[in-house]
Design a protein around this ligand. Structure first.
Ligand code: AMP
Length: 463
């Protein structure tokens, strides 16, 4: 399928050509025609799938087909959880709409910056408004904007908006928009709350699931290091310097840890910047643009701050700490390996994070290979339980690291049968992967986890 088959105007097609897009992504081929028909859409999609163009293109198309009054009331409202995501969607709207004549006007509003300039801009009217819910309500209360002419409402990253406690704001906004409207809901995950919201919001929606929500995982080379807490800083520095990573996005669980990691990296001579909610908007914007321009080698971020950050061809993502929810893991690693580019996601897993790891592997449907690095002792972080020793093929002899990759095919096949229990699965990184130098496939003791994979695949230690 090509973009020209989707029913978009030549002006939009030209903008896509300018952007270098050759073919629509799966979500675009499905969402664009449905949106153009005026249907409600429920889409399971995360950042990296091309979802933004999936809703901005048909919005631009529909609005440009209809004559605009000189008052320019908001006709399309796009709600997003974070400032960064709002800014990126705003950029996309501008980019794709650049050749439209007459131009549609768009604007982006979010909190954390002065409200008066936003009020002044809105006074002249705007066709497409991208907004974070809280600031939008402020602006409505200050009578800077009205929402009673909204024709299309988009809830982007709806799961994240609910996670961030925006549900009440969203409900208020729903009371301000006309009853008759088109609704597009995008969410990476579908909790009970999201389903409830979708049920109240959407009218006979076209459901789109571009791929199982965790397939971002497919294009990303993932590995884990079983570490003890004190090893983490040194290992992170080692990974960055030894592999000469051009750029990496490092996730931490807390703002405090983001600062600590940043300081540690800076001391090691690595250009690093932290991005999290305690930073001013200006500091966040500066960090992000420094990272985008390549001046900043490592950006250290919390989940919330990193939402929606779109950096093309980001090669490395590091989970310095595992995320709270398995869905966040998928979100995080979705920052890399985009649009066919190869990406690498490395997680440092402490013994007390093994439960979280198990959840993640359950969600992505496979075990993540274990890696080791020369000069680091990983054995203490994974104490072998008597139970594991019992189950290990070879009669309970503790295996010493020999530098040889061990394929546990046999163990998996013998013990598999779909039950997800098996021998002591020593998983190793794929030899042909992006790891190089001292980072060879090595045996690493690790308990086999329950995994929904079929037993036929489950034992392939060397992938
Ligand atoms: P999104 O999922 O909307 O955040 O988009 C992810 C990235 O893919 C953005 O950098 C887009 O510019 C890019 N992109 C979106 N659609 C396409 C396409 N059809 N071909 C190539 N790149 C695309």
């Amino acid at each position: 399928m090509s973009f020209s088959q989707l029913g978009l105007s030549p002006e939009l097609l030209r903008a896509l050509e300018d952007a270098g897009y050759q073919t629509p992504s799966p979500i675009q081929s499905k969402a664009i025609p449905a949106c153009l028909e005026g249907r409600d859409v429920l889409a399971a999609a995360q950042t990296g799938t091309g979802k933004t163009a999936g809703f901005t293109l048909p919005i631009l198309e529909r609005l440009s087909r209809e004559p605009q009054g000189h008052k320019r009331p908001v006709r399309a409202l796009i709600l997003t959880p974070t400032r960064e995501l709002a800014a990126q969607i705003g950029e996309s709207v501008e980019k794709y709409g650049v050749h439209l004549k007459p131009r549609l006007k768009s604007d982006v509003v979010y909190g954390g910056v002065k409200v008066n300039p936003q009020i002044a801009r809105l006074r002249d009217g705007v066709d497409i408004l991208v907004a974070c819910p809280g600031r939008l309500l402020d602006l409505v209360n200050q009578k800077a904007v009205r929402l009673d002419q909204v024709e299309t409402l988009v809830l982007d990253e709806a799961d994240r908006m609910l996670d961030m406690g925006f549900i009440h704001d969203i409900k208020k906004i729903l009371r301000l928009v006309p009853k008759q409207r088109q609704n597009l809901l995008f969410s990476a995950t579908f909790s009970k709350e999201i389903r409830e919201l979708a049920n109240t919001l959407l009218d006979n929606p076209v459901s789109i699931e571009v791929a199982p929500r965790n397939t971002a995982a497919e294009s990303v080379d993932q590995s884990i290091y079983m570490v003890e807490k004190p090893q983490r800083m040194a290992l992170l520095t080692h990974l960055i310097t030894h592999h000469q990573w051009s750029q990496a996005l490092v996730f931490t669980a807390t703002k405090h840890m983001a600062n600590r990691v940043t300081q540690h990296l800076q001391k090691a001579g690595i250009t690093a910047a932290a991005i999290h909610g305690n930073k001013s908007q200006n500091a966040r914007t500066a960090a992000l643009s420094g990272f985008k321009s390549g001046e900043v080698q490592v950006m250290v971020a919390t989940d919330v701050a990193a939402r929606g950050i779109d950096i093309s061809e980001l090669p490395n993502v590091v989970n310095f700490e595992l995320p709270k929810t398995p869905a966040d893991y998928v979100h995080r690693i979705g920052r890399t390996g985009r649009a066919g580019a190869s990406g690498q996601a490395v997680s440092l897993v402490m013994p007390d994070e093994r439960g979280q790891l198990k959840q993640i592997e359950k969600l992505i449907g496979r075990a993540i290979p274990v890696a080791t690095a020369e000069g680091f002792d990983f054995t203490r972080a994974v104490p072998e339980t008597p139970d594991e020793r019992e189950q290990r093929p070879g009669g309970g002899q503790r295996r010493q690291g020999s530098g040889q990759a061990r394929n546990n095919n046999g163990g998996g096949a013998r013990n598999g049968g779909g039950a997800g229990r098996g021998g002591a699965g020593n998983r190793t990184r794929s030899g042909g992967g992006s790891t190089s130098g001292d980072e060879q496939a090595r045996p690493a003791r690790r308990r086999r986890r329950s995994s929904p994979r079929s037993s036929g695949n489950s034992g392939s230690g060397n992938r």
